[in-house]
Design a protein around this ligand. Structure first.
Ligand SMILES: [Zn+2]
Length: 409
């Protein structure tokens, strides 16, 4: 049931910069308290309410979503009341969830390295912050685009910076599909970080969400190093501005709508490197696809060696909510039960050392992500290049020569 009415909950002068946000109904009183410039209730439905607040209050509202409700995003910012009430719907063809590409998955799994993931987390979290409006937040986009470009070993694989009107850009790496290029798979995480103080804050965001971006980066690195050629198109997306209302992922959904893009599945990696609970991977069952989650369980059991459980994270806790709202099957495998998550996020203490300096926890998510890419994208790895074959041959000859010389002596 929808109650369409407008009530001003706080005396306020007209907002200098009104922002329309959707929040879980449970978070409404907290949002009212954090909206110092006033708040107007525009609509209330079963799960969520649409309110208008002043843009200047968003960082504090975001902080309260994190502090009181353990949600990373926790709200969805919309450009209009109409879009808030009638979310954009994307084309999404139903897919079969089958496991039949074990040879390809098993070939790449041993090449995934926790040390590589840890190094990427270290580099991202060394920046002052990755706030969506800051210079270092903008630089993070350039840095990541350059890193991803270094993996693009063949024509057709592209890396784009996507401008949504903020200094920080979303970064998109596309591996085009061979026979079903029109069916797109999205593997994403958010590039931005946040802490009290906004632009000038020290917000290393090592776990939230450099860990997710580093995990994506490792998946892309290994797939491209093996010249993987999926049938479906795979897009790796580092979203800008998740922390202030899923801005980046929603802008991407809007772009995809304009292009009539058919998205068959979305995987969100937001916080992968802090093992806070007694199992490794926790699938969020709310605001996600039960069918795709069941597929992820099969992938976890077949390929990761990790243990898993189910939990819930509440309204719009990360970018998977943008895809779910748009009618795309989405999942969010998370580092712990939500209640046991890393307590240092959104502060200067969200460092690699205080999550998992070895990134062994994140490695389980990289294994899951690469299995998801191949079993949903299908297709094949490329031929080993002749350079690698010669190296193997040379090593074999050296070994044989060593054996012979030992026998002779
Ligand atoms: Zn996050």
């Amino acid at each position: 049931m929808r109650l369409a009415f407008v009530v001003l909950l706080a005396a306020s002068t007209a907002s200098a910069a009104p922002a329309i946000i959707s929040i879980g109904n449970d978070a409404l009183p907290t949002t009212v308290a954090a909206a110092h410039h006033g708040l107007g209730l525009l609509d209330r439905e079963r799960d969520a309410s649409v309110v208008v607040v002043d843009d200047a209050d968003l960082p504090e509202i975001s902080e309260e979503m994190h502090h009181a409700f353990h949600r990373c995003g926790g709200m969805i910012q919309s450009p209009s009341l109409d879009e808030a009430l009638h979310p954009i719907q994307l084309r999404s063809t139903a897919v079969d969830y089958t496991l039949d590409h074990a040879a390809a998955v098993d070939a790449v799994l041993p090449q995934m390295k926790a040390t590589t993931i840890a190094k990427t987390i270290g580099e991202l979290s060394a920046m002052q912050n990755r706030y969506y409006k800051s210079a270092s937040g903008a630089e993070a986009s350039n840095w990541l685009a350059e890193r991803w470009r270094s993996f693009a070993t063949r024509p057709g694989v592209t890396v784009q910076l996507v401008d949504h009107g903020y200094p920080q850009k979303s970064v998109v790496l596309t591996i085009p599909g061979t026979t079903r290029a029109g069916e797109v798979i999205v593997i994403g995480g958010h590039l931005d970080s946040i802490a009290m103080g906004g632009l000038s804050a020290n917000a290393p965001g090592a776990d939230d969400d450099a860990s997710g971006i580093a995990t994506l980066t490792e998946i892309a690195r290994v797939l491209l190093a093996n010249d993987y050629r999926p049938e479906r198109t795979i897009k790796f997306i580092a979203y800008e501005a998740e922390e202030v209302g899923l801005l980046g992922s929603q802008a991407i959904v809007r772009d995809f709508k304009r292009a009539n893009t058919n998205v068959v599945g979305a995987l969100q990696l937001d916080m992968t490197n802090y093992r806070g609970s007694n199992k490794d991977i926790w699938l969020m069952k709310d605001f996600t696809s039960a069918a795709q989650n069941a597929f992820l369980v099969k992938l976890i059991e077949a390929y990761t060696g990790a243990t898993w459980g189910m939990d819930a994270c509440g309204y719009a806790c990360s970018d998977h909510a943008s895809w779910t709202r748009a009618g795309v099957p989405a999942s969010m495998p998370f580092e712990s039960r939500m209640a046991d998550r890393n307590k240092h996020i959104h502060t200067g203490k969200d460092t690699l050392a205080l999550s998992n300096g070895e990134a062994t926890h994140a490695l389980a998510f990289a294994r899951l992500g690469v299995a998801y890419a191949i079993e949903l994208g299908k297709g094949e790895l490329g031929e080993h290049d002749s350079h690698q074959l010669w190296q193997l041959l040379a090593l074999g000859l050296l070994g044989a020569a060593g054996l012979l010389s030992r026998r002779a002596s």
